[in-house]
Design a protein around this ligand. Structure first.
Ligand SMILES: *[C@@H]1O[C@H](CO)[C@@H](O)[C@H](O)[C@H]1NC(C)=O
Ligand SMILES: *[C@@H]1O[C@H](CO)[C@@H](O)[C@H](O)[C@H]1NC(C)=O
Ligand SMILES: *[C@@H]1O[C@H](CO)[C@@H](O)[C@H](O)[C@H]1NC(C)=O
Ligand SMILES: *[C@@H]1O[C@H](CO)[C@@H](O)[C@H](O)[C@H]1NC(C)=O
Ligand SMILES: *[C@@H]1O[C@H](CO)[C@@H](O)[C@H](O)[C@H]1NC(C)=O
Length: 691
């Protein structure tokens, strides 16, 4: 979670199960054909019925019944390695059904089975013969992954997978409770390194916190996107010459994080998302040196990204991480599944002065935009949309930003929980949907609806990358996360949903519906809150899954549409027409000269905490390392560290063979200041040129 400090039309597509009309139909027709000559129209009708019913039977029903048969692996499946890559396992190839809809049985990589529930016409698809096929869809009103998404027409109904790869105490409290001194992932992993449990504990978390069953439930809940926060330390190192994070002798990057281990679980998630037809918004959620000083940026405290004497060096490093991720997700194997890439999330909360904020933030976004588009190419279909965060500055300050840029999305995170107000107006006021929720539903519509709607005209595609039911900041490790705890009431009720009566649930439900309607395209924060060590979910307002189980989240998110109008706040629906350049059409990629003139200076011409005269003396890295690539690697079924690589084409991790720019690395022989704690250090008197 990155928090602020202050403030449908269903598509006309069929619900059919994927894959009718395969070879079973052809066989059925040809073997029976002669018998039917001359029998007439009745039989022709029967033939049609057989042609439709037989393949459905064979594909959907028969194949399910063979899920346990391990001997009929398709000949093109590579040996016994991985099930072709979609449900990778270390053991035998899982065969059987390759697709199924509501009520079908799914067999996971480790042999577990569960029933797929989806009453919205969604179907999963995992074909070992064609491991990168992206024909699945989560519901009838969302285009399949290999069909185009139309912004302004198709709506994002998404959830975050928060607290999974970027740890947050309130989402995974049981990991933190044994370590009372831990306040963030930095301090937690330092303590776990000390007692020798780091890798075992974090791998157990990566392997089990979110499972394939969760992803199937998300698809069955009428949702169609997930936002996946990932840390930069998912990448083991950015260049061949850069030491491992925890062991750099120079002191430049002595970071305790568990480096490179979660990547294989991220790849596994991408496979699950493909299987269930969910689009993924990968969000780079941490930045070297910290981009906002919050505990959930990896390390609470200072901001050393474009701030202080390590500010530029940290930005150099961040840009390489962004590049490496962009190269991976732009590959043809992944671009259908990851159509959105969030970069530099939640920067610069300390810039209260808008001009100073623009001078730093806009150049960094322009720089990242140009770098990514050089890799992906310009225009729809070439790599992901780039999502940038509004920096908590309000959507207005982004109006007209970078006209002519290529597919940039503005991401805002509206939360009442951290508004600084006591927020003690009652939410449990009535069981009647029309008036349940007290002032809160209407407040969501008023506070967020108009600004998000206008941003779609003034900026372009705008989404709420995070929001929750937390109208207050109650919760274990949650109160005070944005500074001081401030809920004006008693938090007890909000830390254990087993005490909620129908009035409480009705209130929370109406607040959720109004929030969704105000935002239009949204990602709830977050899908799951883990149990505390006492077995209770202590921040229930933040869990979509718990809300579905408990009856305070909508089982069909489309029911939110029109909620604000019903509350007397009409006109919040964008009319659906973006300029062509905003969605990768004509004009995309030709940024107005006025914008490049203003923001095209890199590194920025001013850095806070550094005299302008001394800018050239700041320590920087040198682009001389051979750049690291992300590869296809997944955990074995047992969750051990051993990865599995199928022999099917998996891409080499690097989309643009022309991108041969070396990665940054430390200048040999130079000692660097602490990249996370350099704000008060003086600028060196001379540039270090090394040994
Ligand atoms: C989408 O994928 C499915 C399954 O691979 C395929 O049958 C279908 O033709 C594809 N659709 C498009 C538009 O490529
Ligand atoms: C689908 O519903 C059945 C019956 O309620 C349940 O046992 C199963 O766990 C559900 N599947 C998932 C993926 O939650
Ligand atoms: C970070 O953790 C420390 C220690 O628990 C706490 O005092 C501080 O308020 C937290 N800060 C934020 C921004 O969460
Ligand atoms: C439901 O719970 C709320 C909050 O504890 C309370 O204010 C309300 O009176 C309860 N309503 C009923 C009908 O019990
Ligand atoms: C919402 O945006 C539309 C344009 O798509 C505009 O016509 C309408 O006035 C906006 N509504 C509000 C309340 O700003």
């Amino acid at each position: 979670m990155l928090l602020p400090t202050s403030e449908s039309t269903p598509r006309a597509v069929s619900d059919r199960a994927y894959g009718t009309g395969h070879d079973a139909a052809a066989t059925g027709k040809s073997t029976k054909k002669r018998w039917w000559i001359g029998v007439g129209a009745l039989v022709a009708v029967a033939l049609v019925v057989v042609a439709v019913v037989v393949p459905v039977y064979f594909l959907v029903i028969k194949k399910h019944s063979t899920t346990a048969t391990a001997s009929s692996a398709p000949s093109s499946t590579p040996g016994s390695s991985s099930g072709g890559g979609e449900s990778p396992s270390g053991g035998t190839t899982v065969v059987g059904a390759v697709t199924g809809g509501d009520g079908s049985t799914v067999t996971t990589a480790n042999g577990d089975t569960f029933v797929y529930n989806n009453s919205f016409g969604g179907y999963w698809l995992a074909d070992p013969e064609n491991p990168f096929a992206s024909g699945a869809r989560p519901n009838s009103w969302t285009p399949a992954l290999n069909e185009s998404w139309t912004w302004g027409v198709d709506r994002v109904y998404g959830v975050n997978l928060g607290g999974w790869f970027v740890l947050e105490p309130f989402i995974a409290p049981a990991l933190f409770q044994p370590y009372p001194a831990a306040t963030d992932e930095w301090s937690l992993t330092t303590l776990m390194r000390a007692d020798g449990t780091l890798q075992a504990k974090l791998e157990a978390h990566y392997d089990t916190f979110i499972t394939e069953q969760d992803i199937a439930q998300i698809a069955g809940a009428g949702l169609n996107w997930v936002r996946l926060p990932i840390p930069f330390w998912a990448i083991r190192r950015i260049s061949s010459t850069w030491s491992d994070v925890g062991t750099d002798g120079s002191g430049a990057v002595a970071e305790p994080f568990l480096e490179g281990v979660c990547w294989k679980y991220i790849v596994r998630l991408l496979g699950w998302a493909r299987k269930y037809g969910l689009r993924v918004n990968i969000d780079l959620h941490t930045i070297p040196g910290s981009q906002n000083g919050y505990n959930h940026s990896g390390k609470g405290g200072q901001i050393n990204f474009l701030n202080g004497i390590m500010g530029v060096a940290n930005a150099q490093r961040a840009l390489d991480y962004i590049r490496i991720i962009a190269e991976f997700i732009s590959q043809p194997e992944y671009r259908d599944v990851v159509p959105m890439f969030g970069i530099l999330t939640a920067l610069f909360v300390f810039y209260r002065n808008l001009a100073a904020f623009h001078l730093l933030m806009f150049p960094s976004y322009l720089q990242a935009h140009d770098m990514i588009r050089k890799i992906t190419g310009i225009g729809a279909g070439n790599g992901p949309y780039i999502s940038i965060h509004d920096g908590f500055q309000g959507l207005d300050s982004w109006a007209g930003f970078l006209p002519g840029s290529d597919r940039v999305i503005l991401d805002t995170h509206p939360y009442f929980a951290f508004s600084g107000a006591p927020n003690d107006a009652p939410i449990a006021t009535s069981d009647d949907p029309a008036s349940a929720g007290g002032v809160w539903p209407k407040q969501a519509c008023n506070a967020w609806g108009a600004s998000i709607n206008s941003s779609r005209s003034a900026f372009g595609v705008t989404v709420a990358g995070e929001f929750s039911n937390g109208y207050n900041d109650c919760g274990l490790y949650l109160d005070g996360v944005g500074g001081t705890p401030h809920y004006g009431g008693d938090c007890t009720l909000w830390q254990d949903s087993s005490a909620w009566n129908l009035t409480v649930k009705a209130g929370v439900m109406q607040f959720a519906l109004a929030s969704m309607d105000a935002m239009g395209d949204w990602f709830f924060w977050t899908w799951k809150i883990g149990q505390a060590s006492d077995g209770v979910v202590r921040s229930p307002l933040w869990s979509y899954q718990l809300g579905l189980e408990g009856g305070w989240m909508p089982t069909d998110p489309r029911t939110a549409v029109g909620k604000c109008a019903a509350l007397g706040v009409p006109g919040l629906q964008f009319d659906g027409t973006f300029s062509a350049w905003q969605t990768g059409g004509a004009g995309a990629g030709t940024i107005a000269a006025s914008a490049t003139a203003e923001f095209g200076v890199w590194p920025p011409a001013t850095i806070s905490h550094v005299d302008t005269a001394a800018l050239t003396l700041m320590p920087t890295y040198t682009a001389t390392g051979s750049v690291a690539t992300l590869t296809y690697i997944t955990p074995s079924a047992s969750g051990s560290a051993a990865g599995v690589t199928p022999t099917a084409s998996i891409g080499n991790g690097w989309f643009d063979a022309g991108d041969t720019v070396p990665a940054v690395t430390a200048v040999a022989g130079c000692t660097y200041p602490d990249a996370w704690n350099a704000l008060s250090l003086p600028v060196p008197t001379a540039v270090c040129t090394g040994a």
